[in-house]
Design a protein around this ligand. Sequence first.
Ligand code: F0G
Length: 347
Amino acid sequence: MTRILERYRDFLPITAATPAITIGEGDTPLVRSRKLEKELCCGELYFKLEGCNPTGSFKDRGMVVAVARAMEAGSEAIICASTGNTSASAAAYGAHCGLKVFILVPRGNIALGKLAQALVCGARVIGMDGNFDQCLQMVRTLTQRHPITLVNSLNPHRIEGQKTAAFEIADALGQAPDYLFLPVGNAGNITAYWRGFVQYREAGRTGNLPRMMGFEAEGAAAIVHNKVIEKPETIATAIRIGNPASWQGAVAARDESGGIIDCVSDDEILKAYRMLAAKEGIFGEPASAASLAGLIKSVRNGLSLTNRKVVCVITGNGLKDTDTALKQAPSLIEVPADLAAIEQVVL
Ligand code: F0G
C-alpha cells in the first residue's frame, strides 16, 4: 500500500523535490465496534486505530510531512516540546533521516514508553521542570534564535499531514461519518481532521461533513472554559495542556461543523479506557479513551445516534503507558509450577 505522501500527494504541500520518506505511517484500520455500538445505540460505530502507526500514535502522519519538508529545506536539526507522542515520532523520523533531534518534555509527566521511544532513537531529551505549555514556549523562542526546525503543530506541515486520517476515514466509509469523536489536547488534530473533511468535500470525494465532537480532560479544559488553565492536571498526560496552540482551529471546527468541545473527567476517561480494552480488545492510551468517554457522555446527555455513522479516533497505543494499564487492570494471578494450582484458577 502506498503511504500517505504518495497516496494523498495532491492534497499535501509536497513538491517534486520533497524526499519521499516513510517508515510505514498511515493506512490505519477502521474497525467496526461489535459491542459498544449496540450498547450506545449507534447506527454504526467505528474506531480509527491510530495507535497502529509506526511509533504508535497519529503524530506520524504530520511528522512525515514536517520532516520531509525540513529535509527539503536543508535543515539539519529538529526540535519539539511534547507530552510524549510527538517526541517519539520526531525522534523516529529524525533518526530515519539522519537529523539531530532535540526534545523538551515536562519532567515526570510523560508516559515511560514514550520517553523510551525517544531515547532509544537517539534523540537528546531534556526533562524540564514545568508543564507542556511552558516547554512549547521555550522551543518557540529557541527556534526563533537558532536554525533548528520546529516540528510541533505550529509547523503548518504537521496539520497538513494529520488531515490524511480524515481522507482515509472518508475513503473507507465512502463518505464522511455523521459524527467524529476525538480527544483534544493542543488542538492540532481536531483542526487537521476538519480541514481534511472540508477539502475532501471541495474535491467531491465526500458529499457530507461530520459534526466534530472534541473532548478535553476536565482538569485541562481551556477551550471549554474559554480561559488558559495555568496548572492543567489529568491522568491522561498526553492531553495535559492548558493553553492549546491550535485553540482557534478547534473553535472553528466546532462552530463550522455544528459540533461541540466538551470535557470528560479522569474517572470517565479511565472507565472508557477499560471498556475499550475489555469489550472490544482495543488497547488505547488513556488520552485516546477521551473520545469514547465523550461519546458515552454525549449519549447519556440525550444525543441520539440511531441510524448515524460514528467514528471514534483512538489516537495512541496503550502500550506506551503500562503504568496506568497495570493500575487499572485486574491483578496478575501468581501460582507455583503445579498443575492443581493452575486448575484451581482455570476451572
Ligand atoms: N491523543 C494523544 C495520544 C496525544 O498524544 C495527543 C497529543 C492528543 C490526543 C491530542 O491531540 O494535541 O492535536 O489536540 N499529544 C501531543 C504530544 C501534545 O506532544 O504528543 P492534539
